[in-house]
Design a protein around this ligand. Structure first.
Ligand SMILES: Cc1cc2nc3c(=O)[nH]c(=O)nc-3n(C[C@H](O)[C@H](O)[C@H](O)COP(=O)(O)OP(=O)(O)OC[C@H]3O[C@@H](n4cnc5c(N)ncnc54)[C@H](O)[C@@H]3O)c2cc1C
Ligand code: FES
Length: 289
C-alpha cells in the first residue's frame, strides 16, 4: 500500500483507459457506464474515481472526482463502472459529452469506503443531489447484512433527485424532499431526519452531499447520539494525497484535531469528528497551528 505523509492511498488504485459503454441523460444528470478490468472487483461504496478530462492535450490538468455509483462484472467478465455526472463546469461538461466508444483515462478506486456493520442495524441513508450516487450500492450491501435501510434524498428541485427504480427496491422506505416543493416533502433533508430517526430507531446515518448538508446532519446525529458516516465533497485537485487542497480539520482518536486530507483519509469520514465550517482555514487549536 502506498504511503504519503502517514496516510495510505487505496492500495487497489489503478490508472486505466476505460471505454464508454453507455451515456444516458437521467433528469439533471448523465448516467455513464465504463468498461474496466478487474478493478471493478475492488470498488466499494464511498470510493471515488479521478477522471482526466478534456483529452490527452487538454489544458484542464487537474483530474475531477466522481463517486462510484456502482461497480459490477458483466457475464463475459468485463468490469463495469457506473458514474452519475452533473455537467456543471468545463470538466464535467466534457465528461458528460463523451459518447459510447470513446475512451476516458481514470484512476480508481480511490479514497475510503463506508464502514459496514458486522451486526444488523437500522441505517438511514441521506443523499443530496448527485450525492445519492454511492448510496444505492451501499443500501444493497446493508440489506444483505440484514439491516433495515431507510433513505432520504433531497435537492433544490425534483429534476435534481437521482433515484432510479432499481435503487428504490433496495430500501425499506424512501423519503424525498425538495426546496421548491416540486416533489415529496417541501424543505430540506434535515427537516425530516429527527422524526425518521425516532420512528425507525436509527443506529447510524450514512450521508453524501454538499458540505452544508453534511454539517446540518452532524448537528442532528450529535443531538441524537448516533453514528454518522459521511462522504465529504471537498475540492480535490490531485485526488491522491499530494497537493493538500482537500484538507479538513478532523479530530483523531487521540483527541487532537489535525488538518486531514479528505482524498485519502476520506472521502468517508466520521461526521461527528469533523470541525465543520472551516474548510478554507486552519481553526485555533488545530495541531501545528
Ligand atoms: C469525493 C467526490 C465525489 C464527487 N462525486 C460526484 C458525482 O458523483 N457526480 C458529480 O457530478 N460530481 C461529483 N463530485 C463533484 C465534482 O468533482 C466537481 O463537480 C467537478 O470537479 C467539477 O469539475 P468541472 O470542471 O465541471 O467544474 P469547475 O468548477 O470548472 O472546475 C473544478 C476544478 O477546479 C478545481 N478546484 C476547485 N476548487 C479548488 C481549490 N480550492 N483548489 C484547487 N483546485 C480547485 C477542482 O479540482 C477541479 O479540477 C464529487 C467531488 C468529490 C470531491
Ligand atoms: S486532493 Fe490533493 S491532497 Fe487531497
Amino acid at each position: 500500500m502506498a504511503e504519503i505523509g502517514g496516510a495510505l492511498i487505496n492500495s487497489k488504485a489503478q490508472q486505466f483507459s476505460a471505454e464508454v459503454i453507455s451515456n444516458k441523460r437521467v433528469g439533471a444528470y448523465n448516467h455513464m457506464v465504463f468498461a474496466v478490468n478487474e478493478l471493478a472487483h475492488h470498488c466499494r461504496p464511498g470510493n471515488f474515481v479521478a477522471v482526466l478530462v478534456g483529452g490527452a492535450s487538454s489544458s484542464m490538468v487537474l483530474r475531477r472526482a466522481f463517486a462510484i455509483y456502482r461497480a459490477s462484472l458483466r457475464s463475459d467478465g468485463v468490469g463495469l463502472l457506473e458514474l452519475v455526472v452533473a455537467a456543471n463546469g468545463n470538466g464535467s461538461k466534457w465528461l458528460a459529452a463523451q459518447l459510447p466508444g470513446s475512451f476516458v483515462d481514470l484512476i480508481a478506486p480511490l479514497g475510503t469506503a463506508f464502514g459496514i456493520p458486522t451486526e444488523p442495524v437500522n441505517a438511514l441513508l441521506v443523499g443530496g443531489g448527485y450525492g445519492s450516487a454511492p448510496l444505492f450500492a451501499l443500501a444493497e450491501i446493508l440489506k444483505g447484512r440484514g439491516c433495515r435501510v431507510d433513505m432520504v434524498l433531497g435537492a433544490s428541485v425534483a429534476g435534481k433527485i437521482y433515484a432510479p427504480l432499481e435503487g428504490k427496491r433496495s430500501v425499506n422506505s424512501l423519503t424525498i424532499t425538495t426546496e421548491d416543493a416540486s416533489a415529496g416533502i417541501s424543505g430540506r433533508v434535515s427537516d425530516v431526519l429527527p422524526d425518521l430517526i425516532r420512528e425507525h430507531k436509527v443506529d447510524v446515518i450514512y450521508s453524501c452531499g454538499p458540505m452544508a448538508m453534511l454539517e446540518a446532519i452532524t448537528k442532528i446525529s450529535q443531538s441524537h447520539e448516533i453514528l454518522h458516516q459521511c462522504s465529504v465533497e471537498e475540492s480535490m485537485a490531485c485526488g491522491i494525497g499530494v497537493c493538500m487542497t482537500c484538507v479538513l480539520p478532523v479530530e483523531g482518536d487521540d483527541g487532537i484535531t489535525r488538518m486531514t486530507r479528505s482524498c485519502i483519509e476520506g472521502p468517508v469520514m466520521d461526521g461527528n469528528k469533523v470541525l465543520w465550517g472551516h474548510s478554507r482555514e486552519i481553526p485555533e487549536g488545530v495541531w501545528g497551528r
